[in-house]
Design a protein around this ligand. Sequence first.
Ligand code: UDP
Length: 328
Amino acid sequence: MKEILVTGGAGYIGSHVVKMLAKRGFVPIVLDSLENGFADFVKGHELIMGDIGDYGLLTNIFRKRKIECVMNFASYIAVGESVEFPLKYYLNNVAKTCELFRAMIECNVKRFIFSSTAAVYGYPTRVPIDEESPLAPINPYGRTKFMIEQVLRDLDEAYGMKFIALRYFNAAGADPSGEIGESHTPETHLIPLVLRSILDDNYVLTVFGTDYNTPDGTCIRDYIHVNDLADAHVLALEKLLGKGESTVYNLGNGRGFTVMEVIQTVKRVTGKEPKVTNGPRRAGDPDVLVASSTKAMKELGWKPSMADLETIVETAWRWEKQRKRKGW
Ligand code: UDP
């Protein structure tokens, strides 16, 4: 069975990928510092506690094990924080990721799947956004992902490192088991925060801007279920193992929902009233971000199976109730 190193595998998206890899016959080995991850999310799988910038640790792993591919989820993801503390982002998401690459090249591990983001497009020039759209990130977070995509192209050229970069739109939802889900500190994402406004008496959701150029004035985003993302990772892995060439794919449902529509969906699914107030725009939010994922569908045979916003919210709701019971 093929061993796959999953850095950041104890985090939100990583843990769903780990579960899916195991289900599809791979052996995930998780490397996670547990700074933002949870050992409980990867129960039953091997977990090595450590940092992607630890060259010695990585070469050790690569020499002892036969790692067929590395999937990297170990990155910081908060746009606002990246503006305030850019070096934190450049050091982890770029410099330490390059150390990981250095260890991979040294040990002849030459397949890599990268968590990229729609943020590499910045303010899109056309919607839906396809992979040929101009890359113009507008914050340090997006720039770190953009930079690594460029580094990967150079590594392919110089050393034959084959990579697939997956540009996620809005990852959302949770594994239907309710065992793993989204848990960020602080949480900045819309769906968990709308749910929090129901579960926490003291929390009111602020809608960031009601004067966007959209039907109800709130931003439109393309929400994609985390297990559909996980599925795309396994398909990308299978492509690379089958001698596939390096490339990039957008991953989204191709359908956009306004913030208000998300709030209404939460209300319908939970039967409860979210507590909401209107606030000013958040810096750096484009009006509309919707993916064209035609390329992933054609080339990977990917087809989201939980595309419906109600299903996405339902699974997130199950997770939120579960973790509230467990006191997480
Ligand atoms: N949003 C909001 N209030 C919040 C968090 C998010 O109105 O407390 C909006 C945000 O402005 C964006 C959408 O919800 O238009 C999705 O934001 P999120 O942070 O979940 O994902 P992003 O689009 O930043 O990746």
